[in-house]
Design a protein around this ligand. Structure first.
Ligand SMILES: Cc1cc2nc3c(=O)[nH]c(=O)nc-3n(C[C@H](O)[C@H](O)[C@H](O)COP(=O)(O)OP(=O)(O)OC[C@H]3O[C@@H](n4cnc5c(N)ncnc54)[C@H](O)[C@@H]3O)c2cc1C
Ligand SMILES: NC(=O)c1ccc[n+]([C@@H]2O[C@H](COP(=O)([O-])OP(=O)(O)OC[C@H]3O[C@@H](n4cnc5c(N)ncnc54)[C@H](O)[C@@H]3O)[C@@H](O)[C@H]2O)c1
Ligand SMILES: O=C1O[C@H]([C@@H](O)CO)C(O)=C1O
Length: 495
């Protein structure tokens, strides 16, 4: 059923639609041989005579109502191209919001003023306007809520939603993001009390469990594992993190960096079970999860389990436009164009050329969701042939709630390749520098920097200066190390 927000921003938006798809394609330069890699999409469903066409054609349709969609909508509005021309088809019941809040402010305990919608709709996370359902309505953007696209036909340029609507599009922007990877049902992955966290409905369900929980198990030592376990400390819960690797955040942290964060969690009472795989989750007599059984036979009791074992790009039902076999996701060029003229993909789901490192990548972080959305729509609407040149940026903020013994706020820019030099020991800062075989600085991590120090990181990672490794290793403080890195920027050996 459509929500109140849907009713407010959807059919009542007074949108007008153009009726000739080909008109829009011609105007955008997609009349024929415009793109380098044309590929005939497979017919995914056929439109029968009995099918119900909803209104008329839509000039621009965004599928997915998440972070990238919110920023894309903003760019349409900035160009005066939203009113009556743009439609967002969303699986969720609310307009786009800043997803990072779900494992941060959203999980503060009730007495510590948790974040709630409409407080964090996009684009507030980057200092922009709070785009509520009214904002979409005022800007003439049609939003279809709780009506995921289930089928796609590139030949007739139509989408079919779960409610049975057939939508015809001129240009299509796929921003379906990722879905949480799940533990199989047969090992208890769907038991009551087992949580995954991808959207606000998941977060609400988790909050209601946390209110009653005593003993929680967090499965996975990545971003979700770290952020949720830190949040659980705010609720004074007995918390155990279980993961298969030797240390937390294996995708980014060095063992030594991870050890420092693990110590901090342990000081907050969190326990770790490392190098462990889950055999199954068991239920108690009430049918709710009661324990995690590990492959070695040991048992960890829990009344609530949070699973954070990675995410999978939500490519369905768009596989026919071209999926990248190595990194998954929908393959696009440097302007987010897929192999099919007039179809684009942005955010987590896009496999794009990471120009700086000359490889195809998918980036599952919000900075890329925001920037890819802006870049795609900007180039689409202005016909500027400008290549996306992204510098990877990841961050986390944990133990932020009032009264926590210390707040954690780290940022990372660049590529975590090569040898590392680590300086500092939560005193209060830590920095790690990744240096390649040719002595170039490739990536840089900083905990608890000042805003001036944080602003140095992208300059360093972008320029990749040659650094004096020996000098960096002898730095007496993080400030000293950053000064050494800063001076290498001025030495003229940057790329
Ligand atoms: C809990 C959590 C915390 C995070 N914290 C951080 C952080 O601190 N820092 C950071 O950099 N990144 C963080 N991320 C990652 C960041 O949120 C994502 O990179 C970002 O949301 C990607 O934006 P997106 O629009 O591509 O995908 P999403 O924001 O996931 O949006 C995709 C949308 O598409 C919808 N959808 C999917 N399939 C369909 C369909 N067939 N039809 C219609 N709609 C569909 C989904 O329901 C969803 O609304 C976090 C992610 C999660 C889950
Ligand atoms: N601050 C941030 O940037 C942030 C915060 C939260 C979520 N996210 C995003 O949300 C998504 C999901 O995050 P995540 O933490 O689930 O993914 P992740 O890839 O960061 O971590 C997954 C972790 O799961 C563990 N794992 C994998 N398979 C397992 C299995 N079968 N059993 C037990 N453990 C297993 C590993 O320890 C691995 O580190 C990602 O896209 C992530 O980037 C980002
Ligand atoms: O990027 C982010 O956006 C939200 C929040 O700032 C929105 O208010 C959040 O917690 C982030 O880390």
């Amino acid at each position: 059923m459509a929500s109140t927000a849907a009713a407010a921003a959807g059919t009542a938006s007074g949108c007008r639609y153009y009726s000739q798809t080909s008109w829009a394609l011609r105007r955008l330069g997609f009349g024929g041989a415009g793109l380098a890699r044309p590929a005939a999409p497979r017919r995914a469903f056929s439109v029968s005579a009995a099918a119900v066409f909803d209104n008329e054609n839509r000039e621009y349709v965004i599928v997915g109502g998440g972070n990238a969609a919110g920023y894309a909508a903003r760019t349409f509005v900035e160009h005066g191209m939203a009113d009556g021309r743009l439609c967002i088809v969303s699986k969720e019941a609310v307009p786009p919001y800043e997803r990072p809040a779900l494992t941060k402010g959203y999980l503060f305990p009730p007495e510590k003023k948790p974040a709630r919608l409409p407080g964090f709709h996009t684009c507030v996370g980057s200092g922009g306007q709070r785009q509520t359902a009214e904002w979409y309505k005022e800007n003439g953007i049609e939003v279809l809520y709780e009506d995921p696209v289930e089928a796609f036909d590139g030949k007739t340029q139509t989408l079919k939603t779960s409610s049975g609507k057939i939508l015809k599009y001129g240009s299509l922007i796929i921003s379906t993001g990722c879905a949480a990877a799940r533990l199989p049902e047969k090992i208890g992955g769907n038991l009551p009390g087992v949580h995954y966290i991808r959207d606000v409905a998941d977060a609400d369900s988790l909050v209601s469990s946390l209110g009653k929980a005593k003993k929680i198990v967090v499965i996975g030592g990545g971003y979700i594992g770290m952020e949720v376990a830190a949040a659980a400390c705010g609720w004074n819960l007995d918390t155990t993190i279980i993961f298969p690797e030797d240390h937390i955040m294996p995708r980014l942290f060095t063992p030594s960096l991870a050890e420092k964060y693990e110590e901090l969690y342990e000081q907050n009472g969190v326990k770790f079970v490392k190098g462990a795989l889950i055999d199954k989750l068991d239920a108690g007599s009430d049918g709710r999860v009661s324990s995690a059984v590990l492959k070695d036979g040991s048992v960890v009791e829990a009344d609530t389990v949070i699973v954070g074992i990675g995410a999978k790009p939500a490519v369905s039902p768009f596989e026919a436009v071209g999926v990248n076999n190595e990194v998954g996701g929908i393959e696009v060029d440097s302007m987010f164009r897929t192999s099919v003229p007039g179809i684009f993909a942005i955010g987590d789901v896009a496999a794009f050329p990471l120009k700086m490192y000359d490889r195809i990548a998918r980036v599952e972080h919000v900075d890329h969701a925001r920037k890819s959305a802006h870049h795609c729509i900007e180039t689409l609407l202005t016909s500027q042939a400008k290549a996306y040149d992204y510098l990877p940026y990841f961050y986390s903020r944990i133990f932020e709630y009032e009264g926590s013994s210390r707040k954690i706020w780290w940022q990372f820019y660049g590529d975590n390749v090569g040898e590392t030099v680590e300086v500092g020991n939560f005193d209060p800062k830590i920095a790690t520098f990744w240096i390649d075989t040719d002595d170039r600085l490739k990536g840089v991590f900083l905990e608890s920097g000042t805003s001036e120090e944080f602003s140095l990181l992208p300059q360093l990672a972008r320029s990749q200066p040659v650094v004096d490794k020996a000098k960096l290793k002898s730095a007496t403080s993080v400030e000293d190390a950053l000064d050494i890195a800063r001076s290498s920027l001025l030495s003229g050996s940057s790329v």
